[in-house]
Design a protein around this ligand. Structure first.
Ligand SMILES: *Cc1c(COP(=O)(O)O)cnc(C)c1O
Length: 420
């Protein structure tokens, strides 16, 4: 209530949606902003941001000029100034179908492809079409907190299975079976993994598919880091198992092309048996897209050329830089007593590191570690609590090599000065 000029009180009938505040809970952005507020303004050293995963600012991660030309050409052609259709324009759907089919045993059709505003929107679509009263979904821990936030908001119940650090962060499939009940609709896997840098083998993915089939649930495969691998395991798309279990593959060009601001992604049905069609899920996807927004038409129009004209050298250069970052990180972490890293990352842009608090004198938990690190060393890393793992931290190695080197030196100095 507010006083108006005449001394009477005016009553307004609107207010913020509390369900949103409740659902968003701990977010990566929120935690990182809080840490930024903890920096010491008198520290003149370069601020090092090893907390979030957006390498697009760093020269060694600039996107390929061929992708930029594709956008310019699409824009200047004047063919894409129009509204898009709600599922995406046909040439773009066709291009995504062909691009993904390169690594699948069967060919996708454009009808299997729905274009979205980045992978984030694809997650929103996937969860929304599955939400019915009482339904629950199985999510990985650690994971990508947008899933928790969105699924709570739309009324799905979240249940968590662990990823096993000692097994290369594989899914604890026994836990999946134990968690599932009559109302379970889907399980989510993120491969290559954020936040763990894991890359699953064909055999493990096959077991995931068989478990999901046994439980009668679908697999949501977040493959936003597809092909960003630099270890022993090659990337295997979950869609390879689309004959065993229906798979919704989510992806975008944000990470592989390092253009997260372009906002184009996809949701793709990998389902050779037509189960998703039969169950009405495909219709729900179309209906949801009818009431949500579309990626800019000229970005969609650029997709065929982006896929066609990006050469292998660009991808190998990025993978090499990421691989070197992972090596450096893993090597340096070994020399920091209060850190344990169970496995060297083989993909994506992140590594999870366990804090051995008993070796530190005055650190309460992961959040406290990151707060004090921000204050004393002018740098930001992500507390594991933000991704579901208390007393761990997530470090991104997708930064300039010199930034990473300095960052690891500062973490080391910080750990020594707080050692027992
Ligand atoms: C970055 C990321 C996304 C979001 O991708 P956008 O295309 O930028 O929307 C989705 N899932 C995971 C696991 C991510 O790391």
């Amino acid at each position: 209530m507010t006083e108006n000029g005449g001394g009477e009180t005016q009553k307004w009938k609107f207010k913020g949606n509390e369900a949103l505040t409740k659902a968003s809970g701990i977010t990566v952005r929120g935690v990182l902003d809080m840490l930024m507020d903890n920096l010491n303004p008198d520290d003149n050293r370069l601020l090092l941001r090893l907390g979030h995963g957006d390498p697009s600012h760093f020269p060694c991660f600039y996107t390929t000029p061929s992708a930029e030309y594709a956008v310019v050409d699409a824009l200047r052609s004047r063919q894409f100034n129009c509204y898009s259709s709600s599922v995406g324009i046909l040439p773009a759907r066709q291009a995504v179908a062909e691009y993904l089919s390169r690594h699948l045993p069967n060919k996708l059709s454009p009808d299997d492809v729905f274009l979205t505003l980045g992978c984030t929107h694809a997650i929103e679509v996937a969860l929304s079409v599955l939400a019915h009263p009482g339904a629950n979904i199985l999510l990985p821990r650690p994971g990508y907190p947008y899933y928790e936030a969105m699924s709570s908001y739309i009324g799905l119940e979240n249940r968590h299975f662990n990823l096993l650090p000692e097994k290369g962060w594989e899914v604890d499939l026994d836990a999946v079976e134990a968690l599932a009940d009559e109302n379970t609709v889907a399980m989510v896997i993120i491969n290559p993994g954020n936040p763990c840098g894991n890359v699953y083998t064909y055999e493990h993915l096959q077991k995931v598919a068989e478990t999901a089939k046994k439980l009668g649930i679908l697999v949501i495969a977040d493959e936003v880091y597809e092909h960003l691998t630099f270890g022993n395991n090659p990337f295997v798309p979950m869609g390879v198992f689309g004959h065993t279990v229906p798979v919704l593959t989510l992806g975008s060009i944000s990470k592989r092309w390092i253009v997260p601001g372009w906002r184009v992604g996809w949701l793709v049905t990998n389902d050779t048996q037509g189960i998703l069609q039969e169950s009405g899920l495909v219709e729900s996807i179309t209906s949801f897209l009818n009431i949500s927004s579309d990626p800019a038409t000229f970005i969609q129009g650029a997709l065929p050329q982006i896929f066609e004209n990006t050469n292998e050298e660009f991808f190998s250069k990025i993978k090499k830089t990421l691989g070197q970052g992972a090596d450096l990180c893993y090597g340096e972490i070994k020399g920091i007593p209060c850190f344990t890293c169970p496995s060297k990352p083989e993909g994506s842009m992140f590594v999870m590191v366990k804090l051995n608090l008993c070796l530190l004198s005055d650190i309460q938990n992961d959040l406290d570690f990151c707060k004090k690190l921000a204050k004393e060393e002018n740098m930001v890393i992500l507390p594991g609590s933000a991704v579901g793992m208390k007393n761990w931290v997530r470090i991104t190695f997708a930064v300039e090599p010199s930034t990473l080197e300095q960052g690891l030196e500062r973490i080391k100095a910080f750990s020594l000065s707080h050692a027992k």
